[in-house]
Design a protein around this ligand. Structure first.
Ligand SMILES: Cc1cc2nc3c(=O)[nH]c(=O)nc-3n(C[C@H](O)[C@H](O)[C@H](O)COP(=O)(O)O)c2cc1C
Length: 173
């Protein structure tokens, strides 16, 4: 009995905590691994132990579903630039979620992280155009790592994830 009460107490605490927690969805695609490194840093920032009120869900762009987006209070998208555009996988993600999420995510805060061999503006511009159609709200500048992959810039990705999670937790976004 004592055990059961303790359990209920614990479940109660968890349920309250979960009811109050905000949801952050991170969707990304990487072919040769550098956008993955950026995503790892973004996730590290978003899941810092001092940010307790945010649940983070990570999905590959090929697997993420409209329900993942509808679950989210905030969105971080990561893609390489391919042929002057976002990656095909990221486009496939946006193609799948656009209409199921249209009119249901207006105002949702989002930010981007992008990896490019030498440019990146095409990837950022193409995603931004589509997200503008969804009326989601860009709350941080995109982190773009172009040219030689500079690992020291992963700190910016970590900050991107941390700022988004902290902003959701505090209700700023
Ligand atoms: C098919 C293909 C097309 C690419 N097109 C572009 C491009 O248009 N602009 C650019 O800056 N980099 C381009 N790149 C370079 C990639 O953005 C770069 O290799 C990036 O690191 C890939 O990210 P990943 O390691 O996460 O797969 C291209 C690479 C590939 C494989």
């Amino acid at each position: 009995m004592q055990h059961t009460r303790e359990l209920f107490k614990l479940v109660g605490i968890r349920t309250r905590a979960m009811a109050e927690s905000k949801h952050l969805l991170i969707v990304y695609h990487s072919q040769s691994g550098t956008t993955s490194k950026m995503a790892d840093a973004v996730i590290r920032g978003a899941t810092r132990p001092d940010i307790e009120g945010v649940e983070v869900r990570v999905r590959d762009a090929l697997e993420a579903l409209p329900d993942d987006v509808l679950w989210a209070d905030g969105l971080l998208l990561g893609t390489p630039e391919n042929f002057g555009y976002m990656s095909g996988a990221m486009k496939y993600f946006l193609d799948r979620v656009y209409y199921p999420c249209e009119h249901r995510v207006a105002g949702m805060p989002y930010a981007l992280f992008v990896r490019a061999g030498n440019d990146g503006t095409g990837a950022i511009g193409s995603i931004t155009r589509i997200l503008t159609g969804l009326s989601v709200k860009q709350v941080q500048d995109a982190v773009l790592i172009a040219g030689d992959f500079d690992e020291t810039r992963l700190i910016e990705c970590e900050e991107l994830g941390m700022t988004m999670a902290a902003g959701l937790e505090s209700g700023i976004f």
